[in-house]
Design a protein around this ligand. Structure first.
Ligand code: BGC
Length: 753
């Protein structure tokens, strides 16, 4: 470049720079999407008044404010709304936020989209039975697509509370009893909701809840206190959260419970130490519904002002509905009880996510036709329902049914379009639900059937139609009985102390025996019910957790063998409610009970105190559950053979391979969920008798064999031991590969430092 050219270039560059800086003066840095996230956050926070900051920390329910909602948004008093579900309404409110508030900060619009918005998928517990990360991810993606069409950009899911108590109504919403399974599926859900980028047009922000320990509510009574000691908290209850934070979850919700006396919304150990320091979480934390102000009822805070101070100092960013922040934080800052720097940190967490979600560029719901209830969504819901069903019993290969046989369809859940969808359904319309009966009237029209509900709903105690039901059954070759729970019987604040089939449903099943026909019991329930007493009255049992919009056709697909059941239990099924809590990954105790203890009625009169052996079991219900975690049958059968370990010793940082051959020894093509379990034989604290460390879904044609290989690394063996540092401890390990937590080929290896 010669001298003149250089001059011309310099002048041009100068002009360009002046232009650019004028441009950026017009457009604030925080609105400029070419700037980095942290530049935008810093710029915005520097421009905000204290009141505006506190406004961002305030989340209100749409119904809570009726008249001056827009006024409040204009003044910057609201950071988020939940339960606005009308796209036009969302757009109008976002318009106000963007154009009429001083800084134009968009709202984040939340809703409980738990297992679908309109197209309803199986309840999360059902989805967990699929052990299928892709399926769960896709279900969440579809929920996100339908949500964005309504302007919803944030869901309060996944719920990652480990639950080992089927009395607790919210077990329905959980991913089961195991931290590995819940962690993997929780992470898959996060990926499904959030897509590749939070700012994509089909992504919504996920919210991991309830942090933490909520599923361990004493006695299964919702909202109850929990008493989870630190090792159990770290090794079990926090684990799914850790994995889902790692998957990039944008938000976390605190829980209602107090653990060992400390309510989660005032627990700085959880929020600061674990979430921020150890896991480097950079999203924001929202309280649960009034869980902050409820710290007064807990007896943890004297008044609303103290609530605000406790939560802000514990690191809770946004308050759901109870408004103690908006009413008290300014004063608390003045009094020096909450430093303004602390507020800045909390608000920055919220702004960071709003920026990451692309809300400053486009917070609006799209116009035009959407994909809600599209055929593709319905097909996916049907596939999910198929893969979430668990075959518990199939005597004499009664299933699959011969489609030429005449079927008696009995029971209150055969045509319960509302109840089939399960808990946490606000937007799913029952008109779209395809019940088993409706599926027979439409797509399975060629089936010859007779129908008698016998009971109007699951709690109905009127036995007047039992005789009619028996006569109907007599007309058929096989009886399919649909029993279970109405959706209102599980979910939040819907705990039960008796989890037998509700009402007189067991009596109905027993009465049908009189028809002397083979009986298939099909359930639709929100929890693992205690069905031991019902098993003798059914030749086959297909257990469905509430299967959602497309449950009906999915069930017939399975019953007629168009699909082969492949689900496995994500929770232990107890025999009696009194066995709770019972879960597969328990510690061994010093005196594990015998497999087949003497039955209560066989105990001789005046037997000596110690004659039954002094070990751990119930005199009346034994040592074992009815069905263990990981259990589930197929129309085919699978055989595991030739367990091989690539090493018998590994060192920290090393990996090994554990493999076995799997053969389909039955007549049908089928899918087996192969499971890998480990037991750390001796630890600095006692370790569980088994822990799930891997699973794979393997599809096999009849007679086909495949090699199943799991990789196991020393990191997979790590846990929080006596010193509360997460690491693998050297010593012996047992390892199993099999089709359930109570079976499998067994090997062993050691970890040596
Ligand atoms: C539940 C949360 C839910 C929130 C908002 C609370 O009662 O515990 O799981 O996300 O309400 O609806």
């Amino acid at each position: 470049m010669n001298k003149w050219n250089t001059r011309i270039f310099s002048v041009a560059f100068l002009a360009f720079s002046i232009n650019m800086s004028l441009y950026s003066q017009n457009k604030s840095i925080y609105k400029d999407k070419t700037r980095s996230e942290s530049e935008r956050v810093s710029d915005l926070i520097s421009k905000m008044t204290l009141a505006e900051k506190i406004g961002q920390m305030n989340q209100l329910n749409f119904d809570q404010i009726n008249k001056d909602l827009e006024e409040k948004i204009k003044k910057g008093e609201i950071g988020s709304l939940l339960n606005v579900t009308n796209a036009e309404e969302v757009n109008q409110l976002q318009q106000v936020a963007l154009q009429q508030s001083r800084l134009g900060i968009p709202l984040i619009i939340g809703r409980d989209v738990i297992h679908g918005l309109h197209t309803i998928f199986p309840i999360p517990l059902g989805q967990a039975a699929s052990f299928d990360d892709e399926l769960v991810k896709n279900a969440a993606h579809i929920a996100a697509v339908e949500s964005r069409e309504k302007g919803i950009n944030w869901t309060f899911a996944p719920m990652l509370d480990i639950s080992r108590d089927a009395r607790w109504g919210r077990i329905a919403e959980s991913l089961g009893e195991d931290p590995y399974l819940a962690g993997r599926l929780g992470a898959a859900m996060v990926r499904g909701f959030q897509g590749n980028k939070l700012s994509d047009a089909t992504s919504i922000a996920a919210c991991l809840k309830h942090f933490a320990g909520y599923g361990a509510a004493e006695g299964g009574r919702d909202y109850n206190s929990t008493n989870i000691p630190i090792h159990l908290l770290r090794n079990v209850y926090l684990e799914p959260f850790r994995k889902s934070v790692e998957a990039g979850a944008a938000t976390v919700m605190t829980s209602f419970n107090d653990n060992d006396g400390i309510p989660a919304s005032g627990n700085s150990f959880l929020l600061k130490q674990v979430l921020r320091k150890e896991w480097n979480f950079d999203g924001f934390v929202v309280s649960d519904w009034a869980s902050m102000s409820e710290m007064i009822s807990h007896g943890f805070a004297a008044d609303r002002k103290e609530v605000a101070s406790l939560s802000a100092n514990a690191g809770l960013d946004m308050e759901m509905v109870s408004q103690t922040y908006i009413q008290n934080l300014e004063q608390l800052v003045k009094e020096g009880k909450v430093p303004v720097q602390a507020i800045d940190e909390l608000v920055k967490n919220i702004l960071r996510i709003k920026i990451r979600m692309g809300l400053f560029e486009n917070p609006f719901a799209p116009t035009g036709p959407g994909k809600t209830y599209s055929q593709a969504h319905l097909n996916a819901a049907r596939e999910a329902a198929v893969k979430s069903a668990v075959l518990l019993k199939n005597n004499n290969q009664l299933l699959p049914l011969d489609a030429r046989k005449k079927i008696a369809v009995i029971g209150p859940m055969a045509d319960a379009p509302h109840d089939q969808m399960g808990t946490w359904v606000f937007d799913g319309q029952k008109e779209y639900t395809v019940t088993p009966l409706k599926a027979l009237q439409t797509e399975y029209k060629h089936i010859n059937y007779v129908y008698e509900p016998a009971l109007a709903f699951s709690r109905d105690k009127n036995k007047a139609n039992f005789e009619k039901a028996v006569n109907t059954a007599k007309q058929a070759d096989v009886v399919v009985v649909f029993l279970g729970e109405e959706s209102i019987l599980s979910g939040e604040a819907h705990s039960l102390s008796n989890i037998n089939l509700i009402g007189v449903q067991s009596d109905l099943l027993a009465a049908l025996k009189a028809a002397n026909k083979p009986v298939v019991l099909v359930t639709m329930a929100g929890r693992p019910l205690t069905i031991e007493r019902d098993l003798p009255n059914a030749d086959a049992v297909l257990y469905n957790f509430h299967p959602g919009t497309m449950g009906g056709p999915a069930i017939w697909d399975l019953l007629f063998g168009k699909a082969n059941p492949s689900g496995k239990l994500p929770v232990t099924f107890v025999r009696e409610v009194g066995q709770i809590p019972m879960y597969y990954n328990h510690n061994n105790t010093g005196r594990p009970g015998p497999k087949n203890p003497m039955k209560l009625d066989d105990i001789p009169l005046e037997a000596k105190q110690s004659s039954l052996g002094n070990s751990s079991f119930y005199l009346d219900s034994g040592r074992d559950p009815l069905f263990p975690f990981g259990y589930g049958l197929s129309y085919s059968s699978f055989e595991y053979k030739d367990l091989k370990l690539s090493a018998t010793k590994i060192k920290p940082g090393e990996k090994m391979k554990v493999s076995a051959t799997l053969t389909n020894t039955g007549k049908y093509e089928g899918t087996e969920i192969a499971q890998l379990y480990v037991r750390d034989m001796v630890g600095s604290i006692a370790r569980p008798v088994k822990e799930l460390k891997g699973y794979q879904k393997i599809s096999l044609k009849p007679g086909e064999t495949k090699l199943v290989t799991f990789e196991l690394s020393s990191d997979d063996l790590a846990f929080y031991g006596l010193d509360l540092v997460k690491k693998a401890e050297s010593g012996m390990f047992n390892v199993w590969v099999g089709g359930s937590s109570d079976s499998g080929l067994k090997g062993s290896f050691s970890l040596e430092q």
